[in-house]
Design a protein around this ligand. Structure first.
Ligand SMILES: Cc1cc2nc3c(=O)[nH]c(=O)nc-3n(C[C@H](O)[C@H](O)[C@H](O)COP(=O)(O)OP(=O)(O)OC[C@H]3O[C@@H](n4cnc5c(N)ncnc54)[C@H](O)[C@@H]3O)c2cc1C
Length: 384
């Protein structure tokens, strides 16, 4: 059997590893980037932590998997009749797994696409880190950084950026530095998709640190040095857009082949197939709990098992989604972690969140490598 996987993220990499382990025919993993991006730690790498915890070369992950052919290409079209996906080249499949992740959307806010920083890609975090370092250390400016979006990504970035600015002050002897961080959220509370306890506890912690948090505030426009919030202009040299994800446009470009929900995500059957012989995983589908890393990996493992079952003439098993813990750190020593209504917060929360990261790495690389990547978090600042 020939399995082609598009996407070198959580679901794609995990599917390839699980299929490789089961020695299922020929596996081709196609990714438009030569590395796997560990999104959950991008906020840390963007604020001076070691790049090794966020960027893992695909060739390292698959070094011990010679039956996985890793190809660097961008897939643009799909022909289900000929069982073919196409990028710079054509790739024939018997079974296809699409796990192409999300893209950023700016909801049409004036100037946001042009002037905001982001933390969803390697280029974006490098640009943001260099910008902050240059302004605070080299130019000795006192900027106010606006984090747009009070979801988990915005909150962890705000906390880490605040901590980073404090450490630059000490490291580079800048006692007069007044650089600061503000979070802007349009909803009535931060972490609007989490419990109200999460919102309250995290809000209290951010304010205790001196991070300004403004809720019920709508960002209306952004240009090079001002941000407009509810009709009022504020000076800023950097605003980071952490809101707004949309499904990969590949699926709207192939809307004749898939059933899409209003957000453009693919409806799948209980075996996670979006069309015959085509599995659609992770951020790309509408399955409950999709939109997080661990559910993407759980789906990938399930599909790999089902493909193995099919290869040995057995019936596929239905996928049953289940929830996973979620954690939001606001600093190195404080995080809020919740699962099934039970939460831990503070130092212990920070430890649990770190353990969740270690667990995630061990799902992708051998334990020793996972430990080395995880420990890189504590190594000092990187020079981009
Ligand atoms: C900043 C940030 C922080 C996050 N923090 C957390 C967290 O703390 N905990 C958590 O559980 N989840 C977190 N998430 C969500 C989590 O990362 C995603 O749910 C997860 O990545 C989904 O996995 P995936 O395989 O569906 O997509 P991805 O991991 O995004 O993988 C998609 C892959 O497809 C590749 N690709 C895209 N288009 C093409 C193409 N045309 N051809 C070839 N390859 C292509 C991409 O390069 C990428 O390698 C975060 C996300 C972001 C952006």
């Amino acid at each position: 059997m020939k399995v082609v996987i598009v996407g070198g993220g959580f679901a794609g990499v995990k599917a390839a590893l699980e299929l490789s382990k089961r020695r299922i025919g020929k596996i081709t993993l196609i990714s438009d980037e030569p590395y796997f991006l560990h999104h959950a730690t991008l906020y840390a790498t963007a604020t001076g932590k070691n790049m090794a915890e966020s960027v893992i070369p695909l060739e390292n992950i698959f070094a011990a998997h010679p039956n996985v052919d890793v190809v660097h290409d961008t897939i643009t079209s799909l022909d289900p009749q000929r069982k073919l996906v196409t990028g710079a080249k054509d790739y024939k499949y018997d079974k296809l797994i699409l796990a192409m992740g999300s893209v950023t959307t700016y909801f049409g806010i004036k100037g946001m696409d042009k002037h905001s920083f982001g933390i969803k890609s390697l280029d974006e975090i490098q640009a943001f880190h260099s910008h902050v370092y240059n302004e605070v250390v080299e130019q000795k400016l006192n900027p106010e950084y606006f984090i747009i979006g009070g979801g988990p990504t915005g909150i962890e970035l705000a906390g880490a950026l605040h901590e980073y600015l404090q450490s630059l002050k000490v490291l580079h002897r800048l006692p007069k530095s007044k650089a600061k961080v503000s979070v802007i959220e349009a909803a009535p509370r931060i972490l609007p998709r989490s419990s109200t306890t999460a919102s309250k506890k995290v809000m209290k912690e951010l304010r205790k640190k001196g991070i300004a948090v403004r809720v019920n505030k709508k960002v209306e426009a952004l240009d090079k040095d001002t941000i407009t919030i509810d009709g009022k202009e504020y000076a800023t040299s950097a605003a980071v857009w952490t809101s707004g994800v949309a499904n990969n446009p590949f699926f709207t470009n192939h809307s004749d082949l898939f059933t899409l929900n209003p957000a453009g995500r693919v409806e799948v059957n209980p075996y996670l197939e979006g069309a015959p012989h085509i599995y659609v995983l992770g951020d790309n589908n509408t399955v409950k709990f999709s939109g997080m890393a661990l559910p993407a990996m759980i789906q990938a493992t399930h599909v790999a098992k089902n493909i193995t079952r099919l290869a040995t003439k057995r019936a596929q098993k239905k996928f049953r989604p289940h929830s996973v813990p979620s954690g939001v750190p606001t600093s190195e020593g404080w995080a809020y972690v919740e699962w099934h209504g039970v939460y831990v917060a503070g130092k212990f929360g920070a430890w649990v969140r770190r353990m969740m990261e270690l667990y995630g790495y061990t799902r992708l690389v051998p334990f020793k490598t996972a430990l080395a990547i995880w420990r890189a978090h504590d190594l000092h600042e990187v020079d981009f």
